[in-house]
Design a binder for this molecule. Sequence first.
Ligand code: DGY
Length: 320
Amino acid sequence: MKPKVFIAKPISRQVENYIAEHCEYKIWREEERIPDDILFREIQDVQGLMIPKAKVTESFIKQAPNLKIISHISVGYDTLDTDLMAKHKIIGTHTPYVLDHTVADLIFGLILSSSRRISQLDHYVKDGKWNKLDDPSFLSKDVHHATLGIIGMGRIGEQVAKRAAQGFDMNVLYYNRRPRPEVEEKYGLKRESMEQLLKKSDFVLTMVPLTEETHHLIGARELKQMKEDALLINASRGQVVDEKALIHALKEGIIGGAGLDVFEKEPVDPSNSLLKMDNVVTTPHIGSATAQAREAMALKAAENLVAGVTGGKPKNIVKE
Ligand code: DGY
């Protein structure tokens, strides 16, 4: 008998066929997020769950006494309580590697859009305001040869560093607990203390996973250490930046602007002050949202799922 699994989001025919070869399965095929009551009902007799993000709590686990694996379709796994899962002998997996380039591309989009004010000036043109020849308000900030400080030098940070150093002749600094001499050598990076990185960078990028240690890693004190015209870019997790402190810093001109793909609360509240600021560029947590990357993530998640329910060892078990 095939093991039973539940897939909590629509997937491609190719990924579905792969799962069908190995498992008895049901899929949530709607585009909107699966409501909790339906999810809880569907996981009651399954051994495997594949889901973009699961908020794993005791009551969640109670609903699914046979669950062996939660296969996350994302690289970040801050919503998985790894201790709780270990206690209940449930494996957690994620989807690293396949989205590194895609997220790095989006980060560059945020860097370019916030510095060259692309989305702001797009509205300017579309609103018919382009009537002066040399409007000084068009002037923006160079990206090439500027200094980029990357906080967190993992796989995505490395891809951003490569683009910055090799494509834009940027001076790239990084802050990481563990030195990365091979990356330093490859792209001419310099490791700095957090304070020096904040002081020297024209662009500060937070690229760390969300943990207790990185929660509000960038707060009022750190923002004050940044240059007055520096731009903060965040495409990791919203909670890495203290949003209240960021709003204050942007209102008071303590920093120059921000490019944000993530927010402390998602979907972001429409009344959030960040959405009303001209010097803030936003996207709705779409770092990995290309057709190619999402397909690769789904396939990887499916492979992890199938391994987990058929007695194999999934490749991408999350670290405790
Ligand atoms: C990830 O994969 O962690 C992306 O941020 C999407 O959640």
